[in-house]
Ligand binder design. Structure first.
Ligand code: NAD
Length: 284
């Protein structure tokens, strides 16, 4: 059972959810932020495999190159373009969105990039607070702001903005004040887009518990050592202690939610949250 606990799984073609949707073709463009790692990488591959042209963007250029390599293994690399951009910089964001819009009909945005900083409120560095808010709230707002005119300019105005939230956009824990401030805010952004989207331009958020990405799996061996417990106990008791499902989600499980959320099958999902957290929020 412990096997694989500390390694983020690779995406395989068999796990990719495909949806038959007239808009899922290479004329339609999707932007995926955080495309150089973890959930953003899996989402890039999943959407490209569904036939969309995907602009994977990240501040990590090497990570983006690796995403293209991984997409190749899923026969999806030819649909992936990469743009290096820093989400704290509005000029970078504006150029990235323009580059995406030149590739076809920009219809979809997956705001996924993120980072964490752990510290009690009274010691939380203000610059770190600003950075987390910039990347995870102001960044998604700016990508959305620059993308909306392009989505509205398509022949039918159909499109969607999907925002990667978290259980920490519903409940709070200690020492993650910036993360929760950003993620709670992201749900406000999501609902604001729905309020202004006139039904064809939709929005949704995705809230999960722990997902097996480098961000999380890198912590497992250290936590096991610190607490003197096994890696399996870290996963089941510490990370998934409040969850009924004692298995971490894989990045592709999250990516599949973005594919569904963008598709016509989710045309009544607007402003809502895809809460996939193993029962953490709904049981006790
Ligand atoms: P990850 O670290 O694997 O990927 C995050 C990516 O964001 C990285 O490639 C990083 O370079 C990029 N990024 C960071 N700062 C940036 C900036 N200034 N400009 C552009 N890109 C930047 O992490 P992940 O686990 O895949 O997380 C992705 C998203 O999912 C985050 O928003 C995270 O909060 C959220 N999330 C993760 C989990 C989890 O358990 N892994 C759970 C719930 C929500």
């Amino acid at each position: 059972m412990v096997s694989g606990a500390t390694e983020p799984p690779e995406v395989t073609v068999e796990e990719i959810q495909t949806v038959d949707d007239d808009h899922f073709n290479e004329d339609a463009v999707a932007i995926v932020t955080g495309g150089g790692s973890g959930i953003g990488r899996a989402t890039t591959i999943a959407l490209a495999h569904n036939g969309l042209t995907v602009v994977a963007t990240d501040v990590d250029e090497e990570g983006l190159a690796e995403t293209v390599e991984k997409a190749r293994a899923c026969d999806a690399a030819e649909n992936v373009e990469t743009v290096t951009a820093d989400l704290v910089n509005e000029d970078d964001i504006a150029s990235m969105v323009e580059a995406a819009a030149e590739l076809g009909d920009l219809r979809y945005v997956a705001n996924i990039a993120g980072l964490q900083h752990i510290s009690p409120i009274e010691e939380f560095p203000t610059a770190k607070f600003d950075e987390l808010l910039d990347v995870m709230l102001r960044g998604p707002f700016l990508v959305t702001k620059h993308a909306i005119p392009h989505i509205r300019a398509t022949d039918d105005g159909v499109g969607a903005i999907g925002n990667m939230a978290s259980i920490h956009s519903h409940i709070a824990t200690q020492d993650k004040v910036a993360y929760m401030s950003a993620k709670f805010g992201l749900r406000g952004l999501t609902q604001s887009i729905a309020a202004e989207g006139e039904g064809t331009l939709r929005s949704f958020s995705v809230s999960t518990g722990y997902v097996k990405t480098p961000l999380v799996t890198n912590q497992i061996p250290d936590t096991a050592e610190e607490r003197g417990i096994s890696e399996q106990e870290v996963v089941e008791d510490v990370m998934l202690g409040e969850s009924r499902v004692k298995e971490m989600m894989a990045p592709i499980d999250v990516a599949n939610l973005f594919t569904f959320g963008f598709s016509k099958r989710a045309r009544h999902l607007n402003g809502g949250d895809l809460t996939f957290e193993g029962g953490h929020l709904y049981t006790y």
